[in-house]
Design a binder for this molecule. Structure first.
Ligand SMILES: Cc1ncc(C[n+]2csc(CCOP(=O)(O)OP(=O)(O)O)c2C)c(N)n1
Ligand SMILES: [Mg+2]
Length: 506
C-alpha cells in the first residue's frame, strides 16, 4: 500500500489488473510503445508467485521489467512464517539482478535496478521492499545517476574485412532481430538495405523494422516449418550474411548454425555471443546504428538480388499459408489486415494462430505486432494490448488470441471495461489447443486433454458492457471489425471455425 501510494505521488500511474501476470504484460505493452521501463507491483507471497510467468517472459523476451514486491523485515522473518518464502530465491533464475531495498541506499538501489533492467539485453530486476523501508520517508532528490553508456563503433582490420566480404558478395542477406529494435536501429537498417540491395529477413519480434510491403522485405521467420522450407535455402545459398541484433532466442531448432560453412557471416550486436546457437566469423560489438553506417561507408556492392526475385520469394511464402481460403484462420488474418487501418497496433497470443498470423500479418513499423516469442507464453495478448492502448489511445489496437489463451486471462476483460478502452479482441475459436493437438497427432498419440466446448465469448463481452460478435464468414468479420473500429467500448469478435484447421498450414 505504501508503494502504490508513493508511486502515485511521484507521477507513476498505478493501473489495477485482475492477475499479476497480466499486470506485467500490460506494463510491457507500455514499454514496447514508449520505451519506458515496465514496472510491476505485487504483494508479498502469492502476488509475486503469480507473476513468475511474466518475469520469465521478460527475461526471454528482453523486456526491462522492474518488479517491486513487499516483503517482511529481516528481523521479523526470524519469528514469522505466514505467507513468507525466500522471494529473492524464487526470482533468482529468471532475473538479471535482485535487491532488497534499504532506506539508506534506496536511490542507489533504484538507479541500479533501472539501469540493469535497461542494459543490453534488457531484462527483469526484482526489488524486495521490506515493510519498514516502504513506510520510511527518504528525501525526494535522487543523488545517484549512472551516466548512460556509450557503445563503441567497429573499426580497423575487422571492419575492413567485413566491408570486403560485403563488396564481393553476390547474394547478401540481412537478418534482423529484437536487439536491433532495442538499439533503435530502424533507420540504419532501412538505409543500408536500400543503398545496397540487400533483402531482409526478420524474427517475429523484429517484424516491421522494414515495412513488410517494401520490395526488399522477405518476411518473418522463426517458428513455422513451412517458412523454414522456403527461407532456409536462401540463407544457405547466401555468400554473405549480416546479422543485425539477431538474437536467436526466437528461433526453432532449424536455425542452429543454418548457413553454409563457406558463407561470410558478419554479426552486429551489443552483446557477445554466449548462446552458441549460431556462429559468425566476424562479431562486431557495439552500437548497431554506427556499425551499419561504418559498414556501408564507400561500399560498392555487387548484389545480384532484384526486386522481382524478392517479390517472387515473398509471394511463394504468402501463398503457402493460403490466405485466400474461404473461411478459417488464414481468412480471419487476411480479412483483418484488409479492414484494419495501416497504423493498427496488433498483439497476438501463443498457439497455432500465432504462428500463422506472424507469417501472414504485414507489419509496417517496428513494435506494431507485439507477442511473446522467447518464452512463447499464452495469456499475453490481451494485457499487452491494454498497455499498447493506454500508450497510444488514438490508434486502433487489436488483440488476436486463441480461445484457450483468452480463457487464461478472461478476468482482464473487466480491466478493459473499467479502463473504458475501446480495444478489439479477435478470438480464434476452434474449441481446441490446436498447436498441442497437432503435436500430439504428429507423435501418433490419441487426442487427450486438448479439446473443450465452444464458449460464447460474444455473450461474455455483452455482460461486461462490451459488444460481442460471433462470426462464421468473411463478411460478418469485416462488418464486426468496422463497427468495432468506431465503437466507444471494447469489442470481442469470436471467429468460430472447426478443429484441425491448421493441418499442414503452419
Ligand atoms: C502459459 C502456457 N501454457 C502452456 C503453453 C503450451 N501451449 C502452447 S500453444 C498451446 C495451445 C493454445 O491454445 P489456443 O489458445 O486455443 O490457441 P490455438 O493453438 O488453438 O491457436 C499451449 C497449451 C504455453 N505456451 N503457455
Ligand atoms: Mg484454440
Amino acid at each position: 500500500m505504501s508503494l502504490v501510494d508513493a508511486l502515485q505521488e511521484v507521477g507513476i500511474r498505478f493501473v489495477l489488473v485482475k492477475h499479476e501476470n497480466s499486470g506485467g504484460f500490460m506494463a510491457e505493452g507500455v514499454f514496447q510503445r514508449t520505451g519506458a521501463p515496465a514496472l510491476l507491483v505485487t504483494t508479498i507471497g502469492p502476488g509475486l508467485a503469480n507473476a513468475v510467468n511474466v518475469v520469465a517472459n521478460a527475461q526471454q523476451d528482453r523486456v526491462p521489467l522492474i518488479v517491486l514486491t513487499g516483503c517482511i523485515d529481516a528481523a521479523t522473518a526470524q519469528t514469522f512464517t505466514h505467507q513468507w518464502f525466500d522471494q529473492s530465491a524464487l526470482m533468482s533464475p529468471i532475473t538479471k539482478a535482485r535487491f532488497t531495498a534499504d532506506a539508506d541506499a534506496i536511490d542507489i538501489i533504484i538507479d541500479k535496478a533501472v539501469n540493469i533492467a535497461m542494459d543490453h539485453p534488457p531484462g527483469p530486476v526484482h526489488v524486495d521492499v521490506p515493510v519498514e523501508v516502504g513506510l520510511s520517508h527518504v528525501p525526494r532528490s535522487v543523488t545517484v545517476h549512472r551516466s548512460q553508456p556509450v557503445y563503441g563503433v567497429p573499426h580497423g582490420e575487422s571492419l575492413n574485412r567485413a566491408r570486403k566480404w560485403l563488396a564481393e558478395a553476390n547474394w547478401p542477406l540481412m537478418i534482423a532481430g529484437i536487439e536491433a529494435l532495442n538499439n533503435n536501429a530502424t533507420d540504419a537498417v532501412r538505409n543500408f538495405i536500400h543503398e545496397h540491395s540487400v533483402p531482409l529477413l526478420t524474427t517475429y519480434k523484429a517484424k516491421g523494422i522494414l515495412p513488410e510491403d517494401d520490395p526488399f522485405a522477405l518476411g518473418g521467420a522463426g517458428l513455422s516449418p513451412i517458412a523454414d522450407e522456403l527461407l532456409l535455402p536462401l540463407v544457405r545459398a547466401s555468400d554473405c550474411l549480416v546479422l543485425v541484433g539477431y538474437d536467436p532466442i526466437e528461433m526453432r531448432s532449424g536455425w542452429r548454425d543454418p548457413w553454409s560453412p563457406e558463407a561470410k557471416v558478419i554479426e552486429l550486436s551489443l552483446v557477445p555471443n554466449t548462446h552458441y546457437v549460431h556462429h559468425a566469423q566476424l562479431s562486431l560489438l557495439g552500437d548497431i546504428n554506427a556499425g551499419l553506417r561504418e559498414l556501408a561507408r564507400e561500399l560498392t556492392g555487387q548484389s545480384k538480388w532484384t526486386k522481382d526475385a524478392i517479390a517472387s520469394q515473398r509471394d511463394k511464402l504468402c501463398k503457402a499459408y493460403r490466405p485466400d481460403e474461404e473461411w478459417g484462420p488464414a481468412a480471419i488474418i487476411d480479412t483483418a489486415r484488409r479492414v484494419l487501418p495501416r497504423e493498427t497496433i496488433a498483439t497476438v497470443d501463443s498457439g497455432a494462430h500465432r504462428i500463422l498470423l506472424s507469417q501472414l500479418w504485414e507489419a509496417y513499423e517496428p513494435r506494431e505486432l507485439l507477442q511473446s516469442n522467447g518464452l512463447c507464453t499464452m495469456g499475453c495478448a490481451l494485457p499487452l494490448a491494454i498497455g499498447a492502448k493506454l500508450s497510444d489511445p488514438d490508434r486502433p489496437v487489436v488483440a488476436f488470441t486463441g480461445d484457450a489463451g483468452l480463457d487464461m486471462v478472461l478476468g482482464e476483460l473487466t480491466t478493459i471495461r473499467d479502463l473504458k478502452l475501446p480495444l478489439i479482441v479477435v478470438v480464434f475459436s476452434d474449441a481446441s489447443l490446436a498447436l498441442i493437438e497437432m503435436k500430439q497427432r504428429g507423435m501418433q498419440y490419441p487426442e487427450v486433454g486438448v479439446n473443450f466446448e465452444t464458449t460464447d465469448y460474444g455473450a461474455i463481452a455483452q455482460v461486461l458492457d462490451g459488444t460481442g460478435y460471433t462470426c462464421h464468414n468473411r463478411e460478418q468479420l469485416s462488418r464486426a471489425l468496422e463497427q468495432a473500429l468506431n465503437a466507444s467500448r471494447f469489442s470481442v469478435i469470436s471467429c468460430e471455425f472447426s478443429r484441425h484447421a491448421y493441418n499442414n498450414r503452419i
